[in-house]
Design a protein around this ligand. Structure first.
Ligand SMILES: Nc1ncnc2c1ncn2[C@@H]1O[C@H](COP(=O)(O)OP(=O)(O)OP(=O)(O)O)[C@@H](O)[C@H]1O
Ligand SMILES: [Mg+2]
Length: 307
């Protein structure tokens, strides 16, 4: 990266739990004021990487810098400049939201806790329920309070581990707006999500993680550009077998799901030339290249690699 010092720099990081290798040679950089989004299946290693970046676990190899500091040897300094919204929330159910925020404000040693609490409450629209016991909160309210706790210290780097899981569409859009606003104010955001539309809408850059490795990094547009465009083709009922035979005969690669043939756009004209004279082609439509199509392709590569 050519800009100033990276907000996050990860180099060749390894992490094992017993015999299980969870992170393999992870290398990435996040620029200051960037929304960086990590995507990957359950168990890919996303939360583990966040734990290493936020001093909650130690790497077995490689190096990490957060705002220029090493989480292993300068944990205190790292903790002072980050905020963490963990996947497992850390709320005290038995007291009010305000009491939860007060506790964090005390831990952070904030000069004016009351003012800081009022500011995050306004920002996340918590006032209607802030003085109720957390045990009475809905899932979305809990998520918002948990997010407020991670924002109290005005962190330079904010880690959000699946922040919109279980949040209703309206509040999800409000959270997206908040995340963008934080980014525009200079905060660096490191986000994980299971929602590809969320990554597409929010991320300045995306990384796909698979089995502890980063397998693709780029802007949403770059990632979509790298995808091979495809066509969907259908033939009349009862003609699928004949179509398969004709495509195979002319060595035109295809995938068949239900009764829909998917072909690379590059070979689609040839396929049409082969099929149209003999069969009734009932549909011939370009597939939109979405992040999801790339994500699924990357996942498929993995399966083949292991076969
Ligand atoms: N403390 C631990 N001890 C042993 N294994 C662990 C520990 N924490 C995580 N793992 C394992 O490491 C792997 C990666 O877990 P991690 O929580 O990082 O995945 P993730 O990508 O965040 O998944 P999800 O999308 O489900 O949140 C999993 O196989 C998990 O079982
Ligand atoms: Mg996780």
């Amino acid at each position: 990266m050519t800009e100033e010092v990276a907000a996050i720099a990860v180099n060749g990081v390894q992490k094992r739990y017993g015999k299980l290798t969870v992170l393999r040679d992870v290398t990435l950089e996040v620029a200051p004021g960037e929304i960086f989004t990590l995507l990957g299946a359950n168990g890919a290693g996303k939360s583990t990487l966040i734990k290493l970046l936020t001093t909650l676990a130690q790497p077995d190899g490689g190096s990490i810098r957060v705002q220029g500091c090493d989480p292993v040897t300068q944990g205190g300094r790292v903790r002072r400049v980050i905020g963490l919204n963990a996947q497992a929330e850390t709320l005290d159910d038995t007291v009010s939201g305000r009491a939860n925020l007060r506790l964090v404000a005390t831990l952070l040693g904030l000069a004016d806790p009351q003012q800081a609490i009022a500011a995050v409450a306004k920002r996340l629209d918590l006032d209607a329920f802030l003085d109720r016991r957390v045990a009475t909160y809905s899932g979305g309210m809990r998520r918002r309070l948990d997010l407020a706790m991670s924002l109290l210290g005005n962190p330079a780097v904010l880690f959000l581990d699946e922040p919109t899981t279980g949040v209703d569409p309206q509040n999800r859009l409000a959270l997206w707006a908040l995340i963008r606003e934080l980014r525009d104010g200079g905060t660096t955001i490191f986000l994980t999500t299971q929602y590809l539309d969320e990554a597409d809408a929010l991320a300045d850059r995306i990384a796909f993680m698979r089995e502890g490795r980063i397998v693709k990094v780029g802007t949403p547009a770059q990632i979509k550009q790298a995808a091979v465009p495809t066509f969907a083709l259908t033939v009349a009922a009862g003609q699928a077998e004949a179509a398969k035979a004709a495509l195979a005969e002319h060595q035109l690669p295809y995938q068949l799901a239900g009764d829909v043939f998917t072909l690379a756009a590059a070979v689609a004209p040839q396929a049409l030339a082969v099929l149209a004279p003999r069969l009734v082609v009932t549909g011939y439509v370009p597939n939109a290249v979405t992040l999801e199509s790339v994500y699924l392709a990357v996942t498929k590569e993995a399966k083949h690699a292991h076969a």
